[in-house]
Design a protein around this ligand. Sequence first.
Ligand code: NAD
Length: 330
Amino acid sequence: MKILFYDTKNYDRDFFEKLLSSYPDIRIKFIEANLQEETAALAKGYDAVCAFVNADLGAPVIRELGSQGVRLILMRCAGYNNVDLRAAKEAGIPVLRVPGYSPQAVAEHAMALALTANRHTHKAYIKCRENNFALNGLMGVNFYQKTAGIIGTGKIGQAMAKICRGFGMKVLAYDCFPSDDLDFVRYVSLDTLLAQSDLISLHCPLTEETRHMICRDSIARMKDGVILVNTSRGGLIKTEDLIAGIRDHKFFAVGLDVYEEESAYVYEDMSSDILPTSTIQRLLSFPNVTMTSHQGFFTEEALTSIAKTTLENARAFQNGEALTNEVRSL
Ligand code: NAD
C-alpha cells in the first residue's frame, strides 16, 4: 500500500519511520506540502493520503483525490471537522482517524495553559531572565477550592476533570451524554456550568451544534473573572465576541491552544512574514491571553500512539478487516 503523507514535519517522519519496519506492505512518501486543492493531484498513484488537523479535506479536494485513484483517507488526529464526510462517502473513500491517542497529553496541556494564563509564568520567566524580579502584573488566583467547569466529558474532558480534582477543585460538567465513570463530577446544565465555574475548559468536538457555543450570549452568562481555556477546536469560540468580552474585563485569563484562523498558520514559522489577518495578534495584545500553536497533542507518548494507530488503520483497510476507527457522515 502506498501512502502520500502530507504536511510532514521532522517529528512526524521520525515517529512513523520508527514503526514502519513492522509494516512491510506499507510504503510512505513524506512530503512537506499540505493537502489542499492545489496539491491534491500529487496523490495520483497512491492508495491513501495521510493528513492532519490543518489540511483542507473539503468536497473539491476529496473529489480530486477520488479522481486520482485514492481509496483511503488516513487522518493522523482525533478531530475530523475539516473533512467533508458526505463528499468522502459519495466518493467511496473511507475516512479513518486516531481516537483517544493520549487524552492526558491534551488535558495536561489544558491545565498548563490554565496555570500559565493564571500565574503568568511565561512572563515571569522572561522578567527573571532580564533581572526584573518585581512581581507587578503577575498576581494570580488559587485553583484550590474553586469550581472547574468541563464542557464535553469524553476522553480528554475526563482526564481534565481528574486533573482539576487533583488540584482540590469542585468539578462541574456538561455533556449531552454524561459519563458514569466520574463519580466526583456533578453534571449540570450548560447555563449552570457557565454561571458557577471559575475555570471553564472546552473539550467537546466542533460540530454544527457546537460552533460558536462560546459567544456574546454565553460569555454574558459566565462569572466575572472566569478563566477560559480552549484546547478543542477554535470554532467553538466566536473570536470577535471573545475579544469584546476580554475588553469588558469579563475574563481573569484566557488560554487558547486552538483558535479560528489557525489553519493558515499553525506549525509554520511565520516570524518573518507580514500576516494577512490580525485576529491572533489582537488576542495576543491582551495581557491576560496566552496562546500556543495547537500543540496539546505534542508529547512522545501521543506521537507514538498516533503513528501506531494510523499504520494499524492502513493495515486493516489493506487486509479488508473491520474499520473500527472509521468516521461516517450521519
Ligand atoms: P471524545 O469524542 O472522547 O469526547 C467528546 C465529548 O464531547 C463526548 O463526551 C460528547 O458526548 C461530547 N459532546 C459532543 N457534542 C456536545 C455538545 N454539543 N455539548 C456538550 N458535549 C458534547 O473526544 P476527545 O478525544 O475527548 O477530544 C475532544 C476534542 O479535543 C476533539 O474533538 C478535538 O477537537 C480536540 N483535540 C485537540 C487536540 C489538541 O492538540 N489541541 C488533540 C486531540 C483532540
